[in-house]
Every structure is written in structure tokens, then in C-alpha cells.
Design a protein around this ligand. Sequence first.
Ligand SMILES: C[S@@+](CC[C@H](N)C(=O)[O-])C[C@H]1O[C@@H](n2cnc3c(N)ncnc32)[C@H](O)[C@@H]1O
Length: 316
Amino acid sequence: MKYEHIPVMLEEILEYLSPKSGQNFIDCTLGGAGYTIAIAKKVGEKGGVLAIDLDRAAIKNLESRVKGLKLNIKSVRGNFKNLREIVGNEFKGRQMKFSGIVFDLGLSSAQLEDAGRGFSFQTDSPLIMEFGIGSAEAERTEDIVNGWRREELEKIIREYGEERFAGRIARSIVERRKNEPIKTTGQLVEAIGRAVPPAYKRGKIHFATRTFQALRIATNKELENLEQALPQAVDLLAPGGRVAVVSFHSLEDGIVKRFFKKESKDCLCPPTLPICQCGHKARLKILTRKAVKPREEEIKNNPRARSAKLRVAEKL
Ligand SMILES: C[S@@+](CC[C@H](N)C(=O)[O-])C[C@H]1O[C@@H](n2cnc3c(N)ncnc32)[C@H](O)[C@@H]1O
């Protein structure tokens, strides 16, 4: 299968990260390699890009895309939540500091469109929504759907999916699985379809979209991974180096926003304390007071960019 993904906000990423010859970068979410290759071209052979992805298909795609090009790219199949360890393994013994680290969260178009991957409700396939199939760190989607309590399902569908019919959908899933386990995306869509009102089914977005999003986020522990990776990214930046995060979900954007805010403050003590007791020192300067959104032109050409938000901060 051809691996296709149009990079989102690539121009903005290049503007903010401003890669120069000889510098080193990390792309924590290789995907279709749009960012990786663009950055690698700017840093040249004296610099380099470490590109990480959980998905073997992304790594394989990179290999075919860079064949014959003189670029210095190391690719690693791994979870960016282990960023420090991945860098340690790749640059054994060297105290590497990077000029920029980028995250472009969520899934690629190639993953969504891969009929066997279970990310899409458009085709009937096994319920696997893992970015890195077989990764020990992910939940199994089937276990979530068939094993989690109704309340837990409702919570993730409401919070991660921002689905207003979360309660009804969770109940319907629990009803459906009493007879036999839900094993395919088709069976799941059917259970969701039974729960939502007919008008919702005629809505602009497919009625299963939000539930599928919730299950994908829970399967891959996407929010936890991001929480764990951000502090490691800051540790790995050289002074003046920048961390850029493109997110597509308000919960992810909230994590980035709060983290940047906290790391840009010198003291985190409650205002009632007369003297600082925490000793926290600012490590970041925020470069995007408000999240940057894609230009209209980009959204027109690539509707998937619509919900993207970019935040960037610089290491002090
Ligand atoms: C939106 S795509 C990135 C697209 C890329 N920027 C480009 O220009 O083509 C997100 C990628 O991140 C990967 N990914 C998501 N969570 C990850 C994690 N915790 N660790 C490593 N890769 C992850 C997914 O497998 C997917 O390939």
C-alpha cells in the first residue's frame, strides 16, 4: 500500500524551528516523513534528524522515500514517551542536545485509510487501533470494548471523543457484547448506530467518528504519552532550541498549553506563600501566546488540517 499523508502546517513548522546547516533535530512522529525530510534537507549532511514512529509502515515508507537522497536521517521504531532512552541508545555515550524537537500528534492519513488497521469505520476490519501493532505499551482495542466497565467506556467516549451520546453508546456496546464479543469495526459501528438518534446519523460527520477517536486515544494512551514526553523533550533541547507541537484534540492542546505555561514560570508556589519554597526555575519561553492555526488556504487544500493547533516554546 502506498503511504500517503499531507504534512499539516509544514511552513509554520519550518518557520518556527528554522533549521540550519549542521543542526540536529528530532521528529517524534515521523508519519509520512513530511517534516523529517523537509528538516533534513535544511540541516544537510553535517546535521541530522532522528525520526521516531511506533508504526513500522512509517519507517518502511521513509526508507523508500530517502533512497538516493543525501540526507542524514536515523529512524527508530519506538514510542516517543521513551524519548530519553531512544536518544541514549542512538547516540551512545554522546551528550546530545538538539536545536528542535517536533511532535505532530494523532494518526496519519495512511493509517486511517489502511483498511486492515481498524482506525476507520468505513471498512470492516478487526478492532486494532494501535499505532504500533503488537506494542506492549498499548491497550488492546478489543479488550477496551469488551472488557471495560460501562462507566469507563462512557467516560472515555465523552472525554476523548467529546461525544454527547456517550452514555447511550456505552450502554449499547455493553448490551451488544453480552451476546458475543465485539470483534470488528463493523460490529462496533452497528452498536453505536443502535444508540444514537436518527437525526444524528444524518449529521455532517459520521456518527461513529467520535467513539472511534476515543477508542484510538485510549488504545494508544495518547495523552499519557504526551505528558511523559514533553519534559524529556525540554531536557534534550540546547539553549535556544525549540519544541513545537501540532495537536488535533483540545485535551492534547490543553496538556501542551499547561506544560509550556508551567515551564515558563520561575515559581509555582501558591500566591499565599510569602517566599518561594518550590525552587522551580523557568526553562522555556513561550513563542505562541495563542495556538497558531492553519491558514484558510491550507484547510481548503487539506481539510484534515482544520482542527490543527501549533504551540512552540524555546529553551532558555
Ligand atoms: C500525524 S502523523 C505525523 C505526520 C508527519 N508529521 C508528516 O509530516 O508526515 C502522526 C504519527 O505519529 C505516530 N505516533 C503517534 N503516537 C506516537 C508515539 N507515542 N510514539 C511514536 N510515534 C507515534 C503515528 O504512528 C503517526 O505515524
